[in-house]
Design a protein around this ligand. Structure first.
Ligand code: ADP
Ligand code: MG
Length: 244
């Protein structure tokens, strides 16, 4: 589904990514973990076209997407969420997802002129999936932080992606919200046969969900494997010393 080879990215003289290579198979649930500043968001921005890498190639479904603009990459089936929430707070929960569906189809302007029911069933189906159907009419900005993240997930699903990138989807959540949110994400990924790649700075969050984990540290991948292998890795323990 996704193959990254030798990706590098510098900001001025600072090397944020150095020779990053990885492969994600179709249907895989994969995680990139690493402390704050490791380069996780930078890697996501490079994959989704928000940043152009200085070196290396990125392939999606066998097609070279290096340097393509974000909307073109999104059209090829790769959707993402951002580390900070990215919703329209004054629109209702329903409208946020409806706008995403209609704009994906190039029909966003119709929403303002007529047919408020446009795409209603699909919008409600997505809200059911992310557990927000009962709150469809509420202003998005009034949702709890955890629910706003679920709404963001719904907006990403509206784009009918084959692959989903989630950047620290549980950042700012309570431990309980984190657990239920990750369980929901994993269930949706399995139900929809999505390939999922997500980042996380807290090691504990990923072990129950990810099938394969890469550890990014100072711009390099220092470990890779199944959760148990990564947990036992000595270098990983050093990086996370005192935390887990
Ligand atoms: P993570 O998501 O793992 O916390 P980031 O990818 O956000 O890490 O950042 C990696 C490093 O790159 C950090 O040291 C950060 O300060 C730096 N960095 C990220 N974006 C920029 C930018 N636009 N300009 C300069 N430095 C940046
Ligand atoms: Mg980040």
């Amino acid at each position: 589904m996704l193959e990254i080879s030798g990706v590098a990215k510098a900001f001025g003289g600072f090397q944020a990514l150095i020779g990053v290579s990885l492969r994600v198979e179709p249907g895989e649930i994969a995680a990139i973990i690493g402390p704050n500043g490791a380069g996780k968001s930078t890697l996501f921005n490079v994959i989704t076209g928000h940043l152009v890498p200085d070196a290396g190639r990125i392939n999606l479904k066998g097609r070279d997407i290096t340097g393509l603009p974000p909307h073109a990459i999104c059209r090829l089936g790769l959707a993402r969420s951002f580390q900070r929430t990215n919703i329209f707070p004054r629109l209702s929960v329903f409208d946020n997802v409806q706008v995403a569906i209609l704009s994906h189809e190039g029909r966003a302007q119709e929403m303002w002129s007529r047919a408020r029911d446009l795409g209603r069933e699909r919008t409600m189906a997505i809200l059911e999936d992310v557990g927000l159907a009962g709150r469809a009419a509420e202003a998005s900005g009034s949702l709890s932080y955890g629910d706003q993240k679920q709404l963001e997930l719904g907006i990403a699903l509206a784009l009918e992606p084959e692959m989903l990138l989630l950047d620290e989807p549980t950042a700012g959540m309570s431990p309980q919200e984190t657990r239920s949110s990750m369980a929901l994400v994993a269930r949706i990924a399995r139900d929809r046969r999505l390939t999922l790649l997500f980042t996380e700075h807290d090691m504990g969050v990923v072990f129950s969900v990810a099938q394969r984990i890469r550890v990014l540290h100072q711009g390099r991948i220092i470990a890779e494997g199944a959760p148990d292998e990564v947990r036992r890795n000595d270098e990983v323990k050093r990086v996370y010393l005192g935390k887990h």
